[in-house]
Design a protein around this ligand. Sequence first.
Ligand SMILES: Cc1cc2nc3c(=O)[nH]c(=O)nc-3n(C[C@H](O)[C@H](O)[C@H](O)COP(=O)(O)O)c2cc1C
Length: 208
Amino acid sequence: MSDDIHFYEPAHGHGLPHDPFNAIVGPRPIGWIATRSNAGALNLAPYSFFNAFNYTPPLIGFSSIGRKDTLRNIEENGEFVWNLATRPLAEAMNISCAAAPPEVDEFALAGLTPVASRMVQVPRVGESPVAFECRRTQIIELQGLNGDGVGSWLVLGEVVGVHVARHLLVDGVYDTAGAAPILRAGGPADYFEITADSRFQMRRPAWP
Ligand SMILES: Cc1cc2nc3c(=O)[nH]c(=O)nc-3n(C[C@H](O)[C@H](O)[C@H](O)COP(=O)(O)O)c2cc1C
């Protein structure tokens, strides 16, 4: 035991004014996910329990905490489009998280342009400089230690088409900071923006 360390077992509460979990595992990239219901309603929502999981084939995934429109649409037809959330699009991304009924089109709500995709029936966000067209590979209900489902679903998909704005390809190399991606941190409102001055480089050590 050390007085310098605050230790807690999450199952018994964190004992702090705010749960630090999201602030510690952060900032997280944002899965800004577009889907379409089989009835034709467009949907767009941000998911920060999001990441990439494999290179070949490229696999990405996000976690739906509870059953949401995005999850239902992907269960229905297996298609989604991930869009890069950037600093200029931050407010629109935030508007798109409104808990609107399934028939509400968050593209329209946020003033965004749905642009037809090439490989899937779901449009991408026209204003976003990068988009991945995806097809569902797995939907897994997450479990706690006791093996019970927790009512959250990990949705994984293979990237089958990639759109990158040419201005972000500098001599053919993707300019991460040039896109000004935003990431979600903790608390009710914290985000970070990636800028060129926060970059540092480090190569993997040779062995032996
Ligand atoms: C930055 C940000 C990140 C979010 N991350 C998640 C997440 O990882 N999982 C989740 O279930 N909801 C997350 N939400 C909330 C959803 O966006 C919100 O519930 C939304 O209404 C879901 O939309 P849908 O029902 O159209 O799928 C996030 C919201 C914001 C603003």
